[in-house]
Design a protein around this ligand. Structure first.
Ligand SMILES: NC(=O)c1ccc[n+]([C@@H]2O[C@H](COP(=O)([O-])OP(=O)(O)OC[C@H]3O[C@@H](n4cnc5c(N)ncnc54)[C@H](OP(=O)(O)O)[C@@H]3O)[C@@H](O)[C@H]2O)c1
Length: 212
């Protein structure tokens, strides 16, 4: 598959490019600055395209079969950028994918996005933005998978996770393992139109997804 990756230069995104390098898929990495390109190509990007989620990305997406959204404005910007990128940037990509006939869309959301009102006050705007983007994707008609990790760490991945449509206990997961999950979702045939939580666990990624 030709896969358009929004957030390719991010921490999960860079792990994902490495995971995709020998996967048989073609990774088209969206970047905001030309000088990000060479390093991402060394990691595993088949090609890089310039673009910005706050603007139209249709030309950058042309010819792709699937989208993986793992972008985010990050914790150091204000709520306005969270709305612009995490919410409206994601919504724009969903709409553009649909308009361009790209049928598969994999979203990195977050655990507890479905109930922002129960989250810590300082995270509520972020959880609401993620929820709005998730809801838009679910009602888009695209073949979606919404992956909802717990708190991200930079620990080495173990390749083992715990997944469930809803995990009662909040947990952590290395970014490397989120990347492995994203690649496995791309290759799976039972995550179509599914939403699931994922944290570090004891089950190999592919077995965990098969259990959903
Ligand atoms: N932090 C957590 O504990 C947690 C938990 C669950 C889920 N998540 C989600 O996990 C995802 C990725 O996390 P991460 O740690 O890999 O994030 P990250 O390292 O901050 O990467 C975010 C990426 O988004 C890109 N980006 C930001 N604004 C953009 C725009 N306007 N246009 C195009 N690209 C833009 C950044 O581009 P540049 O490289 O050019 O800056 C960067 O590559 C996010 O969706 C986040 O909400 C996080």
């Amino acid at each position: 598959m030709h896969v358009f990756i929004a957030g390719a230069n991010g921490q999960i995104g860079q792990h994902l490019l490495q995971e995709m390098a020998d996967s048989g898929h073609e990774a088209r990495a969206l970047i905001r600055h030309p000088d990000q390109g060479p390093d991402l190509q060394k990691l595993g990007a088949t090609e890089t395209v310039l673009g910005d989620l706050e603007h139209d990305c249709s030309e950058a997406m042309r010819g792709c079969d699937a989208v993986i959204f793992t972008a985010g404005s990050g914790p150091h910007t204000g709520p306005d950028k969270t709305i612009d990128v995490d919410q409206n940037g994601a919504i724009q990509l969903v709409d553009t994918a649909k308009a361009m006939g790209i049928k598969r869309f994999i979203m990195v959301s977050t655990m507890r996005a479905e109930e922002p009102e129960k989250g810590p006050e300082k995270l509520r705007h972020y959880l609401q933005a993620k929820r709005n983007a998730d809801e838009h994707l679910k009602s888009s008609g695209l073949n979606y998978t919404i992956v909802r990790p717990g708190r991200l760490t930079n620990d080495d991945g173990s390749g083992k996770v715990e997944v469930s449509t809803r995990l009662e206990t909040f947990g952590e997961i290395p970014r490397q393992d989120v990347a492995r999950v994203l690649l496995a979702v791309l290759d799976s045939d039972n995550t179509d139109n599914r939403v699931f939580d994922v944290v570090a666990g004891g089950t190999p990624v592919q077995d965990a997804l098969a259990s959903l």
